[in-house]
Design a protein. Structure first.
Length: 452
């Protein structure tokens, strides 16, 4: 059996792990690379194997860095089945359609304003390409073993993190391979704690926060302070947010603060059409999260929900103090750019960063204190106050990741650490080897390992 690391090896994004056994090829996740230009360029590169030779895809969840390359996989010849949970299917559809639409719009804008080196600029894939993915999905119930092939079976079990997110047990050649996907937090406001694996011969463990502990702060109190301070200055609060789960988590905290009278009466806006559609998925999948239906509806009533772009423009040019939640979470695209074009140059503005920011993204650059930020080919001076509220991440921290391994009844032969930057990978490797005395490996991009 061969395992090849085609993405998220030595970096956080682009998750793709290929398993080859007795002529069958299985791809666990099929994500986009996100971050700086050099790493994004990998999205345009062909896989080292033909997509037509891949038989199955197992999706852990619907974030772009785990599902966003699917349109290209199919466009380049994949004809197999894509297994996932029901919420993951719904979220992946939204994510892919939104991603394709943003790419089409940005290519059109680049051609119109002549800031791309490519003539003409092309989207990585189109809305039509994204629509081609949908017939390939096969919905799987969690906690139930299912056959992939005559000698291969799998089981999904909840990973927390976002709606539908699961870790995967793959039973193949007498071995149990466990793929963590992205692990959620043990104490998330909305999501249930991740289920821990009981047995594994090999583990493929995400390491996004492998070198970090979430602070013992109260994110709700920090959010309250930011909103009140901006309101007193007559400024706007802009919260770049992932549309899935993070946007809803921020909505939840704002609703709690508003209900308690701890933040002022002013417009609270959610401007992410995808994030608004995710609320419907929350309502239709209540077994996956803690929020009750009446709570969900009461929460939504606090917000003005923007779907049309002309309403976005109206909100941007309405200078009264307001709080805006807009995608994308790493400020790599989406409507948040339109808000920041106008507001980041104003010292009374507060920009709140609430999730993981990959290397090379605008969000990471803002956290690193860059004085100028490039958007749509132009540079804007950063005069706004940049605040990070770490306690709102959907990812488990180092303690959560270590705790996820705590119920393994026997030591796996190897834990492969993926989906992390170098410092996080090295730190987590040291912690696991010290605490559990399990061998850890850090694979590199493109590496193939053999399992006998």
């Amino acid at each position: 059996m061969k395992i090849q690391f085609l993405g998220a090896a030595g970096t956080v994004t682009g998750s793709k792990t290929l398993i080859e056994s007795k002529g069958i090829r299985i791809l666990v996740d099929c994500g986009l690379f996100q971050g700086g230009k050099e790493i994004r360029q990998l999205n345009w590169e062909p896989l080292p194997i033909l997509p037509s030779t891949i038989d199955f895809v197992l999706l852990t969840h619907g974030h772009l860095d785990h599902c966003g390359w699917l349109p290209l996989l199919i466009k380049q010849g994949f004809e197999g089945k894509i297994f996932c949970t029901s919420p993951t299917k719904a979220i992946t559809r939204l994510i892919l359609m939104d991603s394709a639409k943003i790419q089409e719009e940005e290519a059109e804008k680049a051609n119109k304003e002549h800031y791309s080196k490519h003539i003409p600029a092309q989207p990585l894939y189109t809305v039509e390409d994204a629509e081609e993915v949908l017939p390939f999905f096969r919905v799987i119930q969690p906690d139930t073993s299912f056959d992939i092939d005559a000698e291969i079976s799998a089981r999904y079990f909840s990973a927390g993190h976002i709606l539908g997110a699961c870790s995967i047990e793959l039973f193949i050649e007498g071995k149990r391979l466990v793929f963590s996907g992205d692990i959620g937090r043990d104490n998330d406001d909305l999501m249930f704690p991740p289920v821990k694996p009981k047995a594994a011969d090999y583990v493929f463990l995400e390491s996004t926060y492998g070198d970090k502990l979430h602070p013992d702060n109260d994110p709700k109190a920090e959010l309250k302070d930011c909103i009140n301070e901006a309101f007193e200055k007559g400024g706007n609060v802009v919260i770049p947010s992932f549309a899935v789960e993070r946007a809803q988590a921020i909505m939840y905290l704002i609703w709690q603060l508003k209900k308690a009278g701890e933040i002022p009466d002013m417009p609270y806006i959610i401007d992410t059409p995808m994030g608004i559609k995710v609320i419907d998925i929350f309502e239709n999948n209540r077994e996956w999260h803690k929020l009750k239906l009446d709570e969900c509806r009461e929460m939504c009533a606090v917000f003005s929900m923007i779907t049309e772009y002309e309403d976005t423009i109206a909100a941007i040019y309405d200078d009264q103090p307001k709080v805006v939640i807009a995608a994308s979470g790493m400020i790599t695209g989406g409507r948040v750019l339109s808000y920041l074009e106008r507001y980041i140059v104003r010292p009374e503005t507060t920009v709140i960063i609430v999730g993981y920011q990959a290397e090379g993204t605008r969000g990471r650059k803002l956290l690193d204190g860059e004085k100028e930020i490039k958007m749509y080919g132009k540079y804007y001076p950063v005069e706004a106050k940049i605040v990070e509220i770490e306690g709102l991440s959907a990812h488990g921290d180092q303690d959560d990741l270590l705790n996820w391994l705590s119920e393994l009844e026997e030591k796996p032969q190897t834990i492969f650490l993926v989906h992390g930057e170098t410092e996080a990978l090295v730190a987590l490797k040291e912690k696991i080897e010290t605490r559990y005395a399990i061998n850890c490996e850090i694979p590199y991009q493109g590496q193939t390992v053999e399992i006998n």
